[in-house]
Design a protein around this ligand. Structure first.
Ligand SMILES: Cc1ncc(COP(=O)(O)O)c(C=O)c1O
Length: 399
């Protein structure tokens, strides 16, 4: 194995292993060292006086974080509450949809765990699940709108749509999709796991009925920090999935709705408490703040993807205007097709074991059609994608 390519100079602020070329920020994010230290400070505060921290100190910290997050995503702090991750947030929403004998619509680009929840909960409530097939490769956003439009039936009442799809990296024209669906009286759940810190949006302007997203991906707060947004018009009927303390706080105050969800019982809440730190810390690393971070990451991902596509002599499956910090690129078919989610393809194993590259290789829409997905965060460098391209070419030539 030749020597590994260097990450960017920003990598000094992360704790990532130097013996791995880490090209998968998209799956679980990665905290800067500063945020890991901050999280330890909150855990130390908790453990040095568990009662004082949990009973007195915790609330102002929770509210300050929720307020900072609400400002960042463009809504009122009273329209959101924190959850550990998008999977749980989507479950909260689906359990709150009280409908039966309707059609619930989603797409084949949805994230596996959320699609499972959609199927299981939707069917248990007596609804029919319609999964429309959005083509991939894709040349135009109008294809997405057409397929969704064609999937709408007289009984369609709910749609769950990704903002940025996990497997295919497409930035969906979410505002247009919301408008289309709502014009037919359909409520829209947006799975926006990748959106905060990657794309620009103002939640209040999007008009989504429900919106769930992770802070632990592109905002780089600790794993276990995410939020649920519910449009004010849907809040009256939206209740906690599990009840605990404080559900009846401030019932005559605008804070009441979101206060119902704050106490998840005894646990380590430090991930929630670092969201504000991450929102402030990351932009301090560059001169142009969050705008620069988003621009840099997107342009590095596109530069890396273009280089890879050229070397592998393939086309990028999506117009660049519809891509952000994660880009999915075609590979040759896998020899041992499997449908298992955690199955590591042969190429993925070779890249990791022989070339020390962490990058997801997977099937879409199904085995054996194989793709890989690159991510770009501040700590990545273009040399890392060039090394991935060379490693893939060597792997292909040996087989
Ligand atoms: C589009 C999408 N939805 C949901 C999730 C699930 O996120 P979590 O595991 O934090 O619940 C992911 C994770 O990658 C995702 O990409």
């Amino acid at each position: 194995m030749s020597s590994l390519p260097k990450p960017s100079s920003f990598s000094q602020y992360w704790n990532l292993r130097k013996d791995i070329v880490f090209l998968n920020h998209g799956s679980f994010g990665a905290n800067p060292k500063f945020i890991t230290e901050k999280q330890k400070e909150y855990i130390d505060l908790l453990e040095s006086e568990p009662v004082d921290f949990s009973v007195r100190q915790w609330y102002p910290l929770y509210y300050a974080n929720k307020k900072a997050l609400a400002e960042f995503i463009g809504t009122s702090e009273h329209n959101i509450y924190m959850v550990p991750n998008t999977t749980i947030g989507i479950n909260h929403i689906l359990h709150n949809i009280n409908e039966t004998k309707k059609q619930w619509l989603t797409t084949n680009h949805g994230y596996g765990a959320c699609l499972h929840a959609f199927h299981k909960i939707g069917e248990r409530k007596g609804n029919e699940i319609i999964k429309v097939n959005i083509p991939f490769p894709l040349h135009d956003e109008s294809q997405i709108l057409e397929v969704i439009q064609d999937g709408i039936g007289p009984r369609t009442s709910i749609a769950m749509i990704d903002y940025i799809s996990s497997a295919t990296g497409i930035i969906f024209p979410i505002k247009k999709i919301i408008e289309l669906l709502q014009s037919k009286g359909i409520r829209v759940i947006v799975d926006a796991a990748h959106a905060p810190g990657m794309v620009d949006f103002v939640l209040d302007e999007l008009g989504a009925d429900y919106f769930v997203a992770n802070c632990h991906k592109w905002i780089c707060s600790p794993k276990g920090s995410a939020f649920v947004y519910v449009h004010p018009k849907n809040q009256k009927e939206f209740k906690p999935v599990f009840y605990s303390f404080y559900n009846d706080w401030d019932t005559d105050h605008e804070a009441h709705w979101s206060n119902q969800f704050i106490w998840e019982g005894t646990k380590d809440y430090s991930a929630y408490l670092c969201i504000k730190d991450a929102l402030e810390y990351l932009p301090s690393l560059v001169s142009g703040g969050w705008d620069e971070i988003k621009k840099r990451n997107k342009s590095l991902a596109l530069e890396g993807a273009t280089l890879l596509a050229e070397k592998l002599e393939v086309d990028l499956p999506v117009p660049k205007s519809m891509l952000g910090n994660i880009v999915t690129i075609p590979l040759w078919d896998d020899k041992i097709p499997s449908t298992n989610f955690n199955y590591y393809t042969e190429v993925k194993n070779i890249l990791y074991d022989q070339y020390k590259i962490e990058v997801p290789c997977f099937f879409f829409p199904q085995a054996p059609k194989q793709y890989f997905r690159i991510s770009a965060q501040l700590y990545n460098s273009i040399e890392q994608y060039a090394y991935l391209a060379d490693s893939l070419l060597k792997t292909r030539d040996k087989n």
